[in-house]
Design a protein around this ligand. Structure first.
Ligand code: ADE
Ligand code: ZN
Length: 324
């Protein structure tokens, strides 16, 4: 199964750029920015990086974020992700970028865009096509929605395909961001908010109703509402399921206990993804293997999961066909 999963041409639909920073990338950034106080020694950094709990995850996430000062740093991050994707035979990824966080951390918009673009070109040379999702960090409120929309609309970098909403869900209602999603959709961007990662099915309903979600980031709690699962299946709205992330953030007890089986049984379009891979010790190949083992899936079922991701992507049809 391991070599079968490796050989599948894979697509990743839910991975955060900052959360994709592996040890090598962070070492390079830490040496470039010693003032950030991130360990520049491999063993020490590995200890700092070892996931303990969600608060620790956020601490490391923000430490990486704080070292992103200019275009070279964004380039380093994108190329590090692309190398890792190429290693796993992942041919295409929609990568979530949170411009508001970079801009409020003092990066110039031009530098962010230049780093994304040069990184995307380098990824393409490695055989990995990248597209971007610009997402609102929901915990920063409406100002973040306004700024993210303005940046996406005014800059429209090559490869920008979608508009998202991330961060905590508790106390961060989806509906308040509806005007930004309306405008993003009018500008031709697809709607892909996180929903149902850390709160219940009502958040997923709200993402569908208020943000016109075309795919759902996570959607873990949909199994609590059979009518919702039926609706997702009927409308063919894919879920970007991130099993290891959900286990590591303690939303579910284990891969075996993950509702992915119930989602599949209900006919929901499931795609497998990593979210913030090195933080959670995840790889896309590992997600396929873990779910195949936990659910006792054969090759045909695993291939179907990979196909789901191709079909749920925002690639043009001819590119989808070339990956099937
Ligand atoms: N941003 C980075 N990782 C995230 C996650 N797991 N949930 C929501 N927003 C995120
Ligand atoms: Zn996410």
């Amino acid at each position: 199964m391991r070599s079968f999963v490796h050989a599948l041409p894979k697509v990743e639909l839910h991975v955060h750029l900052v959360g994709s920073a592996g040890l090598d990338t962070v070492l390079e950034l830490a040496r470039r920015h010693p003032e950030a106080g991130v360990p520049a020694d491999r063993a020490e950094l590995a200890r700092f990086y070892a996931f303990r709990d969600f608060d620790h995850f956020l601490k490391v996430y923000w430490a990486v974020q704080s070292m992103l000062k200019g275009r070279a740093d964004i380039h380093t991050l994108v190329v590090g992700l692309a190398r890792e994707l190429a290693r796993q035979n992942v041919r295409y990824a929609e990568v979530t970028v949170t411009p508001y966080n970079h801009l409020t951390d003092g990066m110039a918009g031009d530098d962010l865009l230049a780093g994304l673009e040069s990184g995307r070109a380098a990824a393409s040379a490695l055989g990995v096509d990248l597209a971007w999702c610009f997402d609102i960090p929901g915990e920063k409120g409406l100002v973040a929605g306004r700024e993210t929309l303005a940046f996406a609309r005014s800059e429209r970098p090559a490869g920008l395909v979608s508009f998202g909403l991330g961060g905590p869900e508790e106390g961060v209602g989806r509906a308040q961001f509806a005007p930004f999603f309306d405008a993003a959709r009018e500008a031709g961007l697809h709607s892909v908010p996180h929903a149902g990662e850390t709160t219940g099915p009502e958040t997923i309903w709200s993402a569908l109703r208020d943000l016109r979600a075309e795919r759902i980031g996570h959607g873990t709690s949909c199994h609590e509402d059979p009518r919702l699962m039926e609706h997702l299946a009927l409308k063919g709205i894919p879920l970007e399921v991130c099993p290891t992330s959900n286990v590591r953030t303690r939303q579910v007890a284990s891969i075996e206990a993950h509702p992915v089986r119930r989602m599949l049984d209900a006919g929901v379009v499931v795609t497998l993804n990593t979210d913030d891979p090195p933080f959670f010790g995840a790889t896309l190949e590992g997600e396929y293997l873990a779910v195949a083992t936990a659910l006792g899936l054969g090759r045909a079922d695993v291939a179907r999961l990979a196909e789901n991701a191709v079909l749920a992507s925002f690639l043009p049809n001819d590119r989808k066909t070339s990956l099937l």
